[in-house]
Ligand binder design. Structure first.
Ligand code: FES
Ligand SMILES: [Fe+2]
Length: 345
């Protein structure tokens, strides 16, 4: 089966993607977001969330410009009203609108859920992959969890995933933050494939320069990178003293050449190192350096077929993990893409 550049977005419609942070959407508010090339609106009603195309069925007015009144979403243009389930409840210019019209004017709704401090939307009824379970991001044990501000990358989401999986760029792209002490070669990588993705385990040495003690976050650790297809990737660091720390990146695709990176950090309350809040500025700066790399790669998205435009001149083990992602992602697409139309006889 041949993959085209349209297939990734067709299949990702069947997956959960973050579109905003829970803390940014109060009752009565609406947010708009471009997800997989489609503009959507999410509204918080008193009893829950509504996700729909951001266009009124009447004349296409953005519903995110509307407002909530008496438990209904009111379009800003001609005041058509919609309930929390998307049902059209009123057309002010008609005294007694027929039910048939109200049904026709109802919104197409999308599945929406809140988890990990984020609002997640799935555009298609089918589900190719559930949202992964990560207890550490939900207060398991005494873990603390901090959701960072999402960052927009003018780059395709697969560029960002490759960057997050790449471990040979630290000494160069992050020379200002991680320092030139970062090792340019990799320790042996132990890669395991799963039905829902893959995992890498490796022992990382301390990033130390002569005369300078590595900080806790630079110290030797075991690193576990877990990629849940299509685009939910965690890093778990286990330090020699037993302390652990986790990060997650989810580059939510806006267009083929732009994504919004949702990310967060977690660690136990008794972590013997900098508190989460104190790591935020540093981690944001590291991500900013990554953004510069992703936005300056040509083309802006990794081609879906290695033979068309290529994935570059690759080396092992440096590019092995990114390569594992691209191959696994292609497998995921083939598994979940629509069957081709039967040829007309
Ligand atoms: S465009 Fe929404 S009510 Fe007319
Ligand atoms: Fe990086």
């Amino acid at each position: 089966m041949q993959l085209t550049e349209d297939v990734p977005f067709q299949v990702l419609r069947k997956t959960w993607q973050p579109v905003g942070l829970s803390r940014d959407l109060a009752v009565g508010e609406a947010l708009s977001y471009r997800l997989l090339d489609e503009e959507i609106v999410v509204v918080r009603f008193d009893g829950g969330l509504l996700a729909a195309p951001n266009a009124c069925p009447h004349k296409g007015m953005r519903l995110s410009r509307g407002y909530l009144a008496r438990g209904e979403l009111v379009c800003a243009y001609h005041g058509w009203r919609f309930g929390p389930d998307g049902q059209c409840a009123g057309v002010p210019s008609l005294e007694d609108p027929p039910q048939r019209l109200l049904d026709k004017a109802s919104l197409t709704t999308y599945d929406v859920q809140e988890r990990y401090g984020m609002i997640w939307v799935k555009l298609d009824d089918d589900e190719a992959a559930p949202l992964p379970d990560v207890p550490e991001f939900e207060g398991a044990g005494d873990w603390e969890y901090l959701v960072a501000e999402p960052m927009v990358f003018q780059a395709g989401f697969r560029r960002e995933i490759e960057n997050y999986l790449d471990m040979t760029h630290f000494a160069f792209a992050h020379s200002d933050t991680l320092g030139a002490a970062a090792d340019v070669t990799l320790p042996p990588l132990d890669i395991t494939r799963y039905d829902d993705g893959f995992q890498m385990d490796a022992d990382f040495p301390a990033q130390s320069e002569p005369g300078i003690e590595p900080t806790k976050l630079q110290s030797a650790h075991r690193r576990r990178q877990r990629c849940y297809l299509p685009n939910f990737t965690t890093i778990r660091q286990t330090f020699l003293d037993g302390d652990e720390r986790m990060l997650v990146h989810i580059p939510s695709p806006n267009t083929r050449e732009q994504c919004t990176v949702f990310w967060s950090l977690a660690q136990p309350a008794d972590f013997d190192g900098p508190p989460l809040a104190d790591q935020l500025d540093f981690s944001t700066q590291v991500l900013e350096e990554d953004r510069q790399m992703c936005e300056n790669q040509v083309p802006r998205e990794v081609p879906i077929n290695p033979s068309r435009g290529g994935w570059g001149v690759l080396v092992a083990p440096g590019d092995t993990l990114a390569n594992t992602f691209q191959k696994s992602f292609r497998g995921f697409l083939k598994e979940h893409m629509a069957a081709p139309e039967p040829a007309a006889s």
